[in-house]
Design a binder for this molecule. Sequence first.
Ligand code: HEC
Ligand code: HEC
Length: 378
Amino acid sequence: MRQSSVWLLVIATFSLSVSSLSLAADHERLPPVRKLTAEQSKVAAANYQKYCVLCHGEDRQGYVNDHAPSSRSKELFESGIPHAVLRPIQYGRPGTAMGGYLDEAGGPMTLDETWDLMYWLYEQSGVKQRAPLTTKPVEGDIARGGELYQQHCTDCHGKNGEGVNAPALGNQTALAHNSDEFIRYAIQHGREGTPMLAFKDKLPAQDIDNLTAFLRSRADGWQATQPVLKPLPTPDQFVLNPEGQHPNFTLQDGLYVSSADLAKALVAKQKIVLLDTRVTSVWQTAHIEGSFPMPYYSDFDEMTEALPKDVMIVAYCSCPRAAADYVIEQLRDRGYQRTAVLYEGIFGWMHLGYPVVRGAVNSHAAATKEGMEADNTR
Ligand code: HEC
Ligand code: HEC
């Protein structure tokens, strides 16, 4: 037993020194970090405040809602820019509470704003030296990696990489954008100030490669898609079934309506306003039919100008309640009493088998490595 761990150590040290040699050779390929102007920083800080605080927190600490990861950990910013930080901001991680913020995907930010927000987060993290990671594949024994995964990782990341209280490692979008070395870096070094511990002193380097290869093997192809954006509804479309009866919900804690009760009211064509409080890009992807987008970052004084006070208003999100709770609080402060939050959120609603309307998409070629590198230095 002892002897084999000595061997593993020798192997670990050997492969570490080999990989640091090859890393050094690629060092000069790191794209430069662009320094933001004072004006760009100001806009980026305001965008963070408006769009990200809800889940990632005032101090970028993460874990405020729905296990949103840290937006300041040293290791993420050493290894993650540009792509591993930029792409989730732009396109989100479908199937998780992280929506996309780029206008092209139906979100509220321009391309330049997403880049500036990424550089702003980098500057705020205080990281001075980026890890020289390449896009080279990490080779390893996938079967062995799978065993190690079941042994060490499922409590937080889930048996099938679906994420329990940590990022979904099997997420196709994440796997499409995160390089092997980025994944390996997270396993080796962990993420400071978060539950993700460093495995470099717990597992031999070869096993970390095996784990990386295993995670990579879960990426069975991902087609980049571009949503065909629907026009957003206008305020005269707030009320569903204007001729219908008022619903009579029993609200848990004076606030929450169940999916079952909401579904019944919709089937019975009762009079209701249904608000989707997520970033608008995910309303474009899928929403409960008839819902009106009122994202958590709306100007509520403006949004409520045409919103009637005598109709039952139900808000929902996917986090599963944080954004909807916030919006309903804003409405109650403005005198809207007949208000409720969908308890299970839209993922719970879908999970229970209730319908959603899905957006149309144009498939186009998956982003190529070349394409991704071409705009590395924006
Ligand atoms: C105690 C819970 C826990 C365990 C056990 C754990 N992780 Fe994590 N992991 C996390 C959390 C939480 C994060 C996100 C940290 C942050 O805020 O950046 C994370 C992040 C990661 C990331 C980066 C993902 C991304 O999208 O940025 C990878 C890769 C990862 N873990 C792999 C593993 C592997 C492989 C194992 C098993 C060897 C493992 N983790 C074990 C909690 C855990
Ligand atoms: C509704 C909650 C929510 C909001 C709002 C939100 N995020 Fe996230 N974010 C998440 C969750 C949850 C994840 C992890 C998803 C997963 O499982 O991979 C995440 C992941 C990320 C990641 C990937 C980090 C990593 O370790 O892999 C980045 C970067 C990120 N978010 C940045 C942002 C920024 C910037 C904003 C504002 C423009 C924002 N998020 C708004 C919930 C949110």
